[in-house]
Design a protein around this ligand. Structure first.
Ligand code: NAD
Length: 307
């Protein structure tokens, strides 16, 4: 059985070696298509593949149509909007992602964001420490949990809000206090770390009202999605409260205006970098290979996203 790893932007060598070992130990054959520049190369390589592992590569309906033997596509990473799910589902092809494999990378970035803003983006002057401050975690999923635990280790008072987690033991196990409303979360948080997905319910849900309720000197940290921010409301809050700060891994549509208007109080990474670590890259690649083998050999569909 042929497993194709098709990566315009290749995995690290260590990840490829690990993927090869997992695939070949399972008695499958590994084919590599790296740094391809033309869609035609992908269409040709995928023609006889049973499984496909990708990163941000686009698996369009054309690619699916060209892949006559394809049974499974695994996106090594969290987001899978680069795969045409409807086309895959129509052909009975299983699509999976590898959730949790880059969470630590994102969590470390969120913590570093807090320190960076507390020290005035490393410009001269008196900053603040994060120890003893209240850290609010908005959504206690894979990334949120890691930010919470790391915040505790740094001496922060950690609170969280996640309406979909009904078992209090999930929070208690980490020494984190669950609060019962989003309003309570924001009103208490010196640092608010956002980890909600972008859904119809969450889009543009973080705006002026919540932000102006935050304590003096508060910092909003966004490593989730830009869509969850009401950008006009954010600008109003920053205007109204000269002590508030915003840092994001996903630049706002209006980032240039925010930068110009609010200077050192706002910052966006030039390119999304939350998951860009060697470790996350390797973890996601190996997980993808294990999931391919698990499905081809035992029919395991955990992490299938097109059920
Ligand atoms: P996850 O699926 O593990 O957790 C999401 C959590 O959100 C769940 O616990 C869920 O209960 C909660 N949730 C859903 N709707 C909610 C709502 N309306 N209010 C409060 N909580 C709600 O996801 P994750 O792996 O922790 O990722 C979180 C976010 O980070 C995602 O949006 C993802 O796209 C983003 N992300 C960013 C990067 C990056 O590079 N910056 C990398 C990976 C993930």
């Amino acid at each position: 059985m042929k497993v194709l790893v098709a990566t315009e932007k290749p995995f690290a060598k260590k990840a490829v070696d690990g993927i090869r070992e997992i695939i070949e130990t399972a008695g499958c054959e590994l084919a590599l298509l790296e740094k391809y520049t033309d869609k035609a190369q992908l269409l040709e390589a995928v023609a006889d593949a049973e499984a496909l592992i990708i990163r941000s590569d686009k698996v369009t309906s054309e690619v699916i149509a060209a892949a006559k033997n394809l049974k499974i596509v695994v996106r090594a990473g969290a987001g899978y909007d680069n795969v045409d799910l409807a086309a895959a589902t129509e052909r009975g092809i299983v699509v999976m992602n590898t959730p949790g494999q880059n969470s630590n990378a994102v969590a470390e970035l969120a913590l570093s964001f807090m320190i960076y803003m507390s020290r005035n983006r490393f410009t001269p002057g008196t900053g603040r420490e994060i120890q003893g401050k209240t850290l609010g975690i908005h959504a206690y999923g894979n990334v949120g949990k890691l930010v919470g635990r790391k915040g505790k280790a740094l001496g922060m008072n950690v609170i969280a809000f996640d309406p979909f987690i009904t078992d209090p033991a999930v929070f208690e196990a980490d020494g984190v206090k669950a609060v019962s409303s989003i309003e309570e979360l924001y009103a208490q948080s010196d640092f608010l770390s956002l980890h909600i997905p972008a859904t119809p319910e969450t889009k543009k849900s973080i705006g002026r009202k919540l932000l102006t309720s935050m304590p003096k000197g508060a910092v909003l940290v966004n490593t989730a999605r830009k869509e969850v921010i009401d950008e006009a409301g954010l600008a109003e809050a920053l205007q109204e409260r000269e002590d508030l700060k915003y840092i994001t891994d996903i630049a706002a549509e209006t980032q240039a205006e925010l930068n110009e208007k609010f200077g050192n109080r706002v910052f966006a990474t030039p390119k999304k970098m939350g998951a860009e670590t060697a470790e996350a890259n390797i973890n996601a690649g190996l997980a993808a290979a294990r999931q391919v083998v698990g499905y081809l050999k035992e029919g395991i569909t955990r992490f299938q996203v097109n059920k």
